[in-house]
Design a protein around this ligand. Sequence first.
Ligand code: SF4
Length: 307
Amino acid sequence: MVDRDVELVEKISDLKKKRNAVILVHNYQLGEVQDIADFIGDSLELSQNAAKTDADVIVFCGVHFMAETASILCPDKVVLLPDMNAGCPMANMITAERLRTKKKEHPQAVVVCYINSSAEVKAESDICCTSANAVGVVESLDAREILFVPDQYLGHYISTKTDKKMILWPGFCPTHVRIKPERIQELKQEYPQAKVVIHPECRPEVIALADEVLSTSGMCRYAQRDEVREMVVGTEMGIIHRLKKENPGKRFIPVSEQAICPNMKLINLEKVLWSLEEMTPEVKVPDEIRLKAIAAVDKMLRIGRKL
Ligand code: SF4
């Protein structure tokens, strides 16, 4: 660690104690931010941790919808997002108004919304899911028809695992669509021993080449298995930092140097420090939306405990 970082980390640590704050960090964040996490994980794990923390302040190092989910679950806590510009383009591909129109076209369908969506969209949905529990959530529902929003590719992946009729919203993650099947084929030839692990936000042609289709937390658990010595990692590059740190001696091969989510990289140590100093920017979901959205998030967390 360079001197500048040591000093910043010390200041963050002091202020964290003073504010009774916890730092939650997504697997795609910069390495320097991952290294100061009290907890690091995927959307599901981070929302579970937000729900059970007894800290007064949550510093959420991720993107806006994740901080909103923390605010939905913890209305009495201050939720800080160190850079308010850290949004998710996929979450922005749907609005509550457009979802209301779509629901009218499919009155029988149960609305399942991927957690990568705004609080307003969650408030219009019956239940949330994450990439870690999506198939289990859909399978647990007593419904024939599912309106799945906003990620068409996660929705398509679920449709290959269920008999239910899936109506898919045409959203997508701009980072995961950059991962190309031709590149996976090349890497398979170059590293014939490597396990190919792909995130379900990828295109079906990419998923078809996977040994395992896993969420980021699933990838981290899978990497720890003895039989995994080399792994082609089909998701955002940020996770490579954690995989290498937790598995010294193993080889992790990113699928593309372009698989970078610029929004996830907006947060750095300076911004975390400023955020704790100024206690801003704060993400707070208004009660009229929160009370509707929490029903969908809670339902997912309750089902998640049984999966
Ligand atoms: S990686 Fe994709 S889904 Fe995740 S925050 Fe970035 S744009 Fe959104």
